[in-house]
Design a protein around this ligand. Structure first.
Ligand code: ADP
Ligand code: MG
Length: 228
């Protein structure tokens, strides 16, 4: 189960990339977009055909934390030509904006149906140990600071309360005609992350941003895990 963590540790790495992080989440029972690594343009195109269009391509680099800031995320790629072009553009952008970055390749994943973007995080407090965070996601996280915290492990009731606590709750309840999100699905992810981090002390920090909170379900489209 934890070969991903062992492999990273054996190679002296503290950060798991998006692909590794999502593999761990999947093992924890958290829905994620199926994400694979391409190390050439041809491989990116082949993976896109396997996954099915439209797809998303993203830079995979231990040195690039905010991928979209450097032009490292290309959304809604509808055909082979678009994927090939996006592959080249992402590598060129990474080299131009952050020269000298180590680049593992480019990830390929399906373009997920949109939802309300929320963040689920975990960090460790020196006194309380693992603490879960839930809040409004995407680029608004730092701007709004609309988040709720609970000490791990949480109960279903705690998960529900965390969600009810944020000021932006109306966004999840269907604000001005937008679709309400499935709160149960979010609670379920919070519970699964809680159980997972309680059982996996090797994990120091987790940042799942965003999770798309949709009418029928919720799915993690970006994830980053840091090891102790
Ligand atoms: P960053 O490293 O900049 O946080 P993300 O992987 O979070 O990069 O991608 C940036 C944004 O692109 C996300 O907030 C989300 O809106 C969108 N996005 C990312 N992955 C997907 C996906 N698989 N399907 C649809 N939208 C996505
Ligand atoms: Mg992100």
């Amino acid at each position: 189960m934890l070969t991903i963590i062992e492999n990273a540790r054996n190679s002296g790495r503290k950060y798991l990339n998006e692909i590794e992080s999502k593999q761990l989440l999947k093992e924890a029972g958290v829905p994620t977009t199926d994400t694979r690594l391409a190390t050439s343009r041809a491989e990116a195109v082949a993976l896109a055909r396997e996954i099915g269009f439209p797809v998303v391509l993203k830079i995979v680099s231990p040195d690039i934390i905010h991928k979209s800031d450097i032009g490292g995320v290309k959304l809604g790629l509808a055909d082979r030509a678009a994927v090939g072009m996006a592959y080249d553009e992402i590598l060129a952008a990474a080299r131009a904006k952050q020269p000298g970055s180590r680049i593992d390749g480019v990830s390929v994943q399906n373009m997920a149906k949109p939802g309300v973007e929320v963040i689920i995080g975990m960090s460790k407090d020196s006194q309380f140990g693992p603490v879960l965070m839930f809040g409004v996601g995407g680029v608004l996280v730092e701007l709004l600071k609309d988040v709720a915290f609970r000490i791990v492990p949480i109960t279903q009731r705690d998960a529900g309360k965390m969600i009810q606590e944020i000021k932006s709750l109306p966004l999840l309840e269907g604000y001005r005609g937008s679709e309400p999100a499935n709160i149960r699905a979010l609670e379920d992810i919070l519970l699964k992350i809680s159980a997972f981090v309680a059982n996996t002390p090797e994990i120091k920090e987790m940042d799942i941003n965003p999770v798309f909170a949709r009418r029928d379900d919720a799915i993690a489209v970006d994830a980053r895990i840091m090891l102790e």
